[in-house]
Design a protein around this ligand. Structure first.
Ligand SMILES: NC(=O)c1ccc[n+]([C@@H]2O[C@H](COP(=O)([O-])OP(=O)(O)OC[C@H]3O[C@@H](n4cnc5c(N)ncnc54)[C@H](OP(=O)(O)O)[C@@H]3O)[C@@H](O)[C@H]2O)c1
Length: 300
């Protein structure tokens, strides 16, 4: 299906601010020529008349962008092609901006908690202790809310300015990552973590290890080479404590689940800032700086 995007979000997955290459399958925004690649592609599209009918299927667009982001850097486009199976209708109760945060950040938080950490979001499972790092960020702020729906005890890390914000999302304990206790990731109440949803980078395994419960897992959404090596070592040595690198796999049913949570008022998208597509560089600069609170939204 062909979609016209109304809103998109920007995150540090986008490695380059402006995509100056034009893969045939995409019609990426560029300050030096949106329309040329768009027109070439548009003429080839047999279902060109379909797009008006599907304008309300906005949520799939970020997912469609993922492939382009990974292949060529830059994830902004006015038109995208997405599989119908990855598309979810946005109910009128959910604003386009609220919806735009869900397909990457929301789904990553959902997958980390449910598939990797084994949290049941209806609260029916054993009560787990969860640590969420960078809980004020795009993925982290969804993870805190979802973890609380799953009846977990949440310890969170963020900067001092966001402590009250992260508590307001439901976190039971919050650590300032710039303090010695925060850097050590120690739960103030002495809890050992059954799972860590790790949304920032640069924390060695030796910092996690003493804070994990016997079968504790670190679910790393920013895995670098040392995390991959730790993962392999823990697997090979049948370690009970594990590091799990996570790369989000989009699923329409999970997106539908998240949209409904927003509709029912059980999950919210916190917006750091909104930017027109013509100022994409501003949005990217905020993102790459690494200090956003919630999601950065692009208006197309
Ligand atoms: N694996 C996947 O499928 C997947 C999917 C989505 C995103 N990601 C990756 O996940 C990472 C997080 O993305 P995001 O968009 O959620 O992040 P983000 O929104 O850029 O996070 C920014 C927030 O993190 C806080 N922060 C920065 N360093 C911190 C630290 N050491 N400890 C605690 N908090 C810290 C900042 O607080 P202050 O301003 O107070 O410093 C800021 O509020 C990115 O690297 C992204 O590429 C991976």
């Amino acid at each position: 299906m062909l979609f016209r995007q109304a809103l998109d979000t920007i995150g540090r997955v986008n490695q380059k601010p402006i995509n100056r290459r034009f893969p045939f399958h995409s019609c990426s925004f560029s300050s030096d020529g949106l329309w040329v690649p768009y027109l070439i592609w548009f003429e080839q599209c047999k279902q060109v008349k379909a797009f008006d009918a599907y304008e309300f299927f906005l949520l799939a667009c970020n997912i469609a962008n993922l492939r382009r982001i990974i292949e060529s850097g830059g994830g902004l486009a006015e038109f995208v092609v997405a599989k119908k199976s990855l598309s979810v209708a946005r109910p009128p109760e959910v604003s386009a901006a609220e919806g735009a945060g869900l397909p990457v950040a929301g789904l990553t938080a959902h997958q980390a908690l449910t598939q990797s950490a084994g949290v049941k979001l209806d609260g029916s499972g054993n009560r787990k202790n969860i640590l969420i790092t960078a809980a004020s960020g795009g993925v982290g702020h969804y993870a805190v809310q979802l973890a609380k729906l799953g009846n977990t005890h949440v310890t969170a890390t963020c900067g001092a300015r966001n402590i009250e914000f992260v508590k307001s999302l439901g976190a039971d304990e919050v650590l300032d990552y710039k303090t010695p206790e925060g850097a050590a990731l120690k739960s103030p109440s002495g809890k050992k973590y059954d799972a860590v949803i790790h949304c920032t980078a640069g924390v060695p395994w030796s910092t996690f290890e003493p804070n994990l419960s016997e079968n504790g897992k670190v679910i790393d959404i920013t895995p670098g080479p040392s995390a991959i090596m730790t993962f392999a070592f823990k697997e090979l040595t049948f370690s009970k404590k594990q590091l799990v690198p996570l790369f989000m796999t989009p699923k329409g049913e999970n997106l539908n689940y998240l949209v409904n949570l927003v509709k029912e008022g059980k999950l919210k998208t916190v917006i750091d800032s909104e930017h027109p597509l013509s100022r994409a560089e501003d949005a990217w600069a905020i993102s790459i700086d690494g200090h956003a609170t919630g999601k950065i939204i692009m208006e197309q």
